[in-house]
Design a protein around this ligand. Structure first.
Ligand code: UDX
Length: 449
């Protein structure tokens, strides 16, 4: 006898590229497993509906009135959370009336803190999505247990190990610190996004085989089922773009003209900002390395400048000879291109997974939050990349050459190939991500009304 299962889920993304992408990918994964998927999203950074005809979309008035908040403050995030509360609640009430007990649960990005309250009021089960690594969350909850052990610290401690958090150092602390100290409001916010409230499970864009021991420790702490079913971008049967910005596909034609395994791809994701000094050092580091490069310089990403006009005099000639600059690239296609040999990255979690799954070793230039944690794991534990400790042209030049031309670079490449193969094994029928996904489907289908 066929068992009746619940058919419908609502997903609530946090509206920034690095979070929207994995939520849409999760939607595709769940849709491919037979669920109907509704994306209830804030107006800000509305996803392109036409790219995802398989979903129902519901736009929530976020009260932000379209103001540009590519780097949101705590106030912006709390406003977003507060303003979406009533729209989500009203929508769910209507949906629950229409769908009856077909609606199984609501899945929300852990930065959309308010969702758990709304779900609890409506007696709807909620599940948290973590879009970054388990190592990142583990480092945060370890720090919350005894913040005084970590803050404040001295400049002289920057390279000292963070207690109980190998391989992190004080300079890698994943909670933003100003003058080596942390504001109580910042700690409160990070505590809030680490708290799963009354959610009944957590879903992860990571792999059990890669982060098993940390996932086990976290599960002991949270005491709910964990479903690591990554890497989402390969588990999702979705070819359509999840990009908010227009991708410049002309760079693929440029890559077609480059020698195999010769190009360094440079991108710092969708939110990071650098100053003109860093832009200049990076430009001359790339130029002096003598390697071809494809560089994404997002408009507004260099403080005080609109776009690439901050590039130093004389650099244009180098670009003409062996470089290409674009405002936004089709990154997954770029990383999959045979000409690409390395990725100079800020170590956002999506970029990291996309790079490893295309066997592209990394140069790590992390900024905040999960990025320093990921950079340390990539360079010290998995050894698939080199971390840039100093943003200075000679260091950049040397690191690029080391990655692209040296024996050490070849070892790093071998390890990234092995790492990719292990991850792919987890996606096969008897692999952990595949099995965890089956378990997740059963879990959601059996949730009580
Ligand atoms: C943010 C945080 O900064 C990151 O640390 C966290 O892990 C997720 O949220 P972001 O900085 O945008 O994300 O980085 P990342 O996670 O790497 O996501 C960027 C996404 O944009 C990737 O999926 C990448 O493929 C895409 N991208 C980037 C493009 O499509 N084109 C580009 O030119 C650059």
């Amino acid at each position: 006898m066929k068992i009746e299962r619940k058919q419908s889920v609502v997903l609530v993304p946090y509206p920034f590229q690095g979070h929207l992408t994995p939520m849409l990918q999760l939607g595709s994964i769940l849709h491919s497993q037979g669920f109907s998927v509704t994306i209830a999203h804030p107006e800000y950074n509305t996803p392109k509906y036409s790219n995802h005809p398989q979903f129902v979309f519901h736009s929530m008035d976020d009260g932000l009135k379209g103001i540009e908040i590519s780097l949101p403050s705590l106030e912006n995030i709390y406003d977003l959370n507060e303003n979406c509360k009533a729209p989500l609640r009203n929508y769910l009430v209507k949906m629950m009336k229409e769908e009856g007990d077909q609606l199984a649960c609501i899945v929300y990005d852990n930065a959309m803190i308010f969702v758990d309250d709304v779900a609890t009021q409506l007696r709807l089960p909620s599940i948290v999505l973590h879009t970054s690594s388990a190592a990142y969350l583990h480092s945060m909850i370890t720090i919350f247990q005894q913040p005084e052990k970590y803050f404040p610290f001295e400049d002289s401690q920057l390279l000292d190990p963070l207690p109980e958090l190998h391989p992190l150092r004080f300079k890698d602390v994943p909670i933003p610190a100003f003058n080596n100290t942390v504001a109580e409001a910042v700690l409160d916010f990070f505590r809030a996004i680490s708290d799963i409230g009354s959610s009944v499970a957590t879903i992860w864009n990571t792999m059990q085989d890669m982060e098993n021991s940390i996932l086990l420790r976290l599960q002991e702490h949270y005491k709910v089922p964990f479903f690591p079913i990554g890497p989402f971008h390969k588990m999702a049967p979705m070819a359509s773009s999840t990009s908010i910005l227009q991708e410049d596909n002309s760079c693929i034609k440029w890559l077609d003209r480059q020698a195999p395994n010769s190009v360094l791809y440079v991108s710092l994701g969708s939110q990071m900002r650098i100053d003109d000094k860093e832009l200049t050092e990076t430009a001359w580091g790339l130029a002096n390395s003598d390697q071809p490069f494809l560089w994404v310089i997002l408009p507004g990403s260099v403080s005080g400048f609109q776009c690439a006009e901050a590039l130093p005099d004389g650099f244009e000639k180098i670009v003409g000879e062996r470089g290409r600059i674009v405002k936004w690239a089709p990154q997954k296609q770029v990383l999959a291109h045979p000409a690409v040999a390395g990725f100079f990255t800020h170590c956002g979690w999506n970029s990291t997974l996309e790079s490893i799954l295309e066997e592209v070793p990394l140069i790590c230039r992390p900024f905040v939050a999960d990025q320093p944690v990921t950079a340390r794991y990539l360079s010290q534990i998995y050894k698939v990349g080199f971390e840039l400790e100093v943003i200075e042209r000679t260091v950049i030049e040397k690191t690029v050459r080391k990655l692209m031309l040296s024996e050490e670079g070849k070892d790093v490449k071998k390890r990234v190939v092995d790492m990719k193969q292990n991850i792919v094994a987890g996606m096969q029928i008897d692999g952990t991500s595949h099995k965890n996904l089956n378990d997740l489907v059963d879990f959601i289908s059996a949730l009580p009304s």
